[in-house]
Ligand binder design. Structure first.
Ligand code: ATP
Ligand code: MG
Length: 393
């Protein structure tokens, strides 16, 4: 089937008030960016509260749908056949031909949804429903009308030309990127943080990311894995500016001077401090982590609260109430799972204690951190200097 147009349906944007156009414009912008990587020439436009992608050249339908299927803000993508507007008989033939090509088996139940936006067309919508329905029934004896639960919803919209469509493919929903500021994702090589980034980006938030590595304890392959994950998330969010920070000296200092059962929690506090610094330098208004209550010792409510204490920016933890299996399902859906489970070491896992505290006390942790007083400011400053910025597309 050759489609000339894709009708784009959106949900939440449609209920916005006066600033609705801001969201619509952002959505069109993101659609144009996504289509840049698809072979062909496309025009994105908006008329009367509807958005269209018109194809000006040969293109691969699947590729277009794949690209638009990653644009936040889109709820449904409807591939449309456009025909010229002339008279009723021609329209009947067009509709019959459409059904024949789209449903070659010639079977199934259907209902016609005609809409006459152009009132100069001489037949009213209700009449069109009947007349076009009859034409389909005459042409395909295997088809039946079902007005309650049709398998095929045959839409026929009479405008400056006529749009015929009956299929809709789900988009990701959410809000267009760029309509809700920017946040800094703490991206590790695990399953959770890429999903966390995806979920916040889905609400229209632009994402940058920070990754802490600990060479030579963590390898180049581990770093490449994080870059690959960032790339997969970027296929939804657009370019991600990934900051790679060398965390080795901080980790060694903590290992040397602090009680081993507190290593992870103290390390997490320094990660958050540095991530916040980088966020502020890059106009990010919040941090994002993949934490979920109770998943590991550093994610008990007590641990989360001690980690959170060093942050002044809001910390978004979209997975906080999710079970691991629920997170895995999303990571499979968005395509990060296979990369996440590659077995490369993470800096968190190298210096872990056998029995980490699960109910850390803030005052105790602060006292332990005092043991770092003579070196930590310099180490943090040095770590920030190692910031290697990679634009991941
Ligand atoms: P993930 O699957 O996201 O790695 P996790 O279950 O392994 O999470 P932790 O290792 O405790 O959990 O990390 C909790 C969160 O801290 C991560 O989701 C991530 O946001 C952040 N984080 C952990 N390690 C790093 C790292 N090396 N660089 C950047 N962020 C990290
Ligand atoms: Mg991890």
């Amino acid at each position: 089937m050759k489609y000339s147009t894709y009708l784009i349906k959106y949900a939440e944007i449609a209920i916005k008030g006066k600033n609705r156009y801001v969201f619509e414009d952002a959505l069109m912008h993101r659609m144009r960016l996504a289509l840049k990587y698809v072979d062909g020439e496309f025009a994105v436009s908006k008329t009367q509260g509807r958005m269209y992608v018109d194809c000006r050249s040969e293109h691969d339908t699947e590729e277009v749908i794949r690209a638009l299927g990653r644009v936040f803000g889109i709820n449904w993508i409807c591939p449309v056949v456009r025909v010229e507007k002339s008279d009723l008989e021609t329209l009947k033939q067009d509709v019959v031909r459409y059904i024949g090509e789209e449903y070659p088996e010639g079977e199934g139940t259907f209902k016609v949804f005609a809409r006459r936006a152009d009132k100069s067309f001489p037949v009213r919508s209700t009449e069109l429903n009947c007349l076009l329905g009859d034409a389909v029934l005459d042409a395909y004896p295997g088809m039946k009308v079902d007005v309650h639960k049709p398998q095929i919803e045959l839409n026929v919209e009479v405008r400056e030309d006529i749009c015929i469509y009956s299929k809709q493919i789900a988009g990701p929903g959410g809000m267009p990127i760029g309509t809700n500021g920017k946040a800094m994702l703490l991206l590790s090589g695990g399953i959770d943080s890429p999903v966390a980034g995806y979920m916040i980006a889905k609400r229209g938030v632009k994402i940058d990311a920070v990754y802490f590595h600990a060479p030579p304890y963590t390898s180049e392959r581990a770093k490449q894995k994080v870059i690959d994950l960032a790339k997969q998330v970027a296929s939804y969010t657009g370019t991600i500016c990934l900051h790679v920070i060398n965390f080795t000296d901080i980790q060694l200092a903590i290992y040397e001077k602090c009680p081993h059962d507190e290593l992870t929690i103290i390390m997490r506090r320094y990660m958050m401090r540095i991530a916040e610094h980088i966020a502020k330098e890059n106009e990010a208004l919040a941090l994002i982590t993949g934490e979920s209550i109770g998943q590991v010792a550093s994610q008990t409510v007590q641990s989360l609260s001690v980690t959170n204490e060093v942050c002044t920016l809001p910390v978004f933890r979209p997975l906080i109430g999710f079970d691991k299996q629920e997170i895995i399902e999303i990571s499979e859906k968005i395509g990060t799972f296979e990369t996440s489970i590659l077995p490369y070491e993470d800096c968190c896992t190298i210096f872990v204690a056998k029995h980490p505290v699960t109910k850390p006390n803030l005052n105790v942790i602060k006292r332990s951190e005092e043991k770092l007083a003579d070196c930590i400011d310099e180490l943090v400053a040095k770590a920030i200097e190692t910031d290697e910025v990679i634009n991941v597309i």
